[in-house]
Ligand binder design. Structure first.
Ligand code: NAI
Ligand code: 15L
Length: 269
């Protein structure tokens, strides 16, 4: 596959989309932007909903690849998750199939395995083969997205790297995030590797920096050529002084998904 150049970035108005809009052009990508919300300072961005199949088809037309970040990024009612994350991701894959786009990078999430007990020091890092145990309808929708990606590879030859992102923000803001943090610069390195690695089929990777307190295994991410350069440890002393160490007796600290596991469910509508 020739290295992608023109890339559709869905979710371009969001937190991660904004970070990646700043970082990815230095890798030589020409970004086409898509979001239901206007993208500040980007008059050419496509403002449309993932439910608008025609708009999506026009958006992917002529692109070499898609980074799919758009969707609801936290827990919400099942109906909202269904429309944005489940139907929306299906619409995106259909648009890619119809327009011949061969590579998608899918923003999956740690919440696909959120109900997994949090590793404690001395435990081996969690492999990508860890049984999926979503902690929310949100995590369930990301699990669906990974299966959809597998189907579109097996049936239609569309390649996907599903990146189970930990926490990608400018800085980690909790002790839990010390284990899951993906620095924005490492995020761009990982997306670049996911766009350019050869023959990925459908590959699932964990998305984080090379954190001292890492809970999971970055082998499949490194196999794409990803070389993380950051480590959250520089933030550890400050965050632990402020919040204390993770407490095994605190149910919010017992699972990888943190408070997503214990938050009360948001029922259907
Ligand atoms: P965000 O909530 O800041 O951005 C999501 C963007 O998607 C928003 O700009 C929103 O307007 C857009 N969007 C939502 N529904 C849409 C629809 N129906 N049609 C078109 N656009 C729609 O989220 P963030 O943090 O930027 O995350 C981006 C993606 O990465 C999300 O899919 C999220 O689930 C995933 N992710 C992010 C993590 C993080 O640490 N930031 C961790 C794990 C996964
Ligand atoms: C996610 O999947 C969310 O999109 C993001 O906002 C964070 O909450 C992140 O997980 C996390 O677990 O820290």
């Amino acid at each position: 596959m020739p290295a992608p150049r023109t890339v559709l970035l869905t979710g371009a108005a969001g937190g991660l989309g904004t970070l990646m809009r700043g970082l990815l052009p230095s890798y030589g990508y020409e970004l086409r932007l898509f979001d239901v919300a206007p993208v500040e300072g980007e008059p050419d961005a496509i403002t449309a909903d993932l439910g608008d199949r025609e708009a999506l088809r026009a958006a992917v037309r002529g692109t070499d690849a898609v980074i799919h970040l758009a969707g609801i990024s936290l827990e919400a009612s099942f109906d909202r998750i269904l429309r944005a994350n489940i139907e929306g991701t299906y619409n995106l894959y259909e648009a890619a199939r119809e327009e011949g786009v061969r590579r998608i990078v899918f923003a999956s999430s740690n919440h696909v395995i959120g109900h997994t007990p949090r590793p404690v020091p001395g435990d081996p890092p969690l492999p990508v083969g860890t049984t999926r145990r979503p902690d929310t309808f949100y995590g369930l929708s990301k699990s669906f997205g990974e299966d959809l990606a597998q189907l579109y590879w097996d049936k239609h030859g569309i390649e996907t790297v599903s990146v189970r992102i930990g926490s990608c923000f400018a800085e980690p803001t909790s002790v839990r995030m010390l284990s899951l943090w993906l620095s924005p610069a490492d995020g761009a390195r990982l997306f670049h590797a996911a766009l350019t690695a050869e023959d990925v089929g459908h590959t699932v990777v964990y998305g984080s920096s090379d954190n001292t307190r890492l809970w999971w295994d970055l082998t499949t991410a490194r196999a794409l050529g990803y070389e993380p350069r950051d480590d959250s440890e520089g933030y550890a002393a400050g965050l632990i002084a402020e919040q204390g160490e993770l407490d095994p007796a605190n149910p919010d600290h017992a699972h990888l998904g943190g408070h997503f596991v214990t938050d009360p469910p948001i029922w259907p509508r």
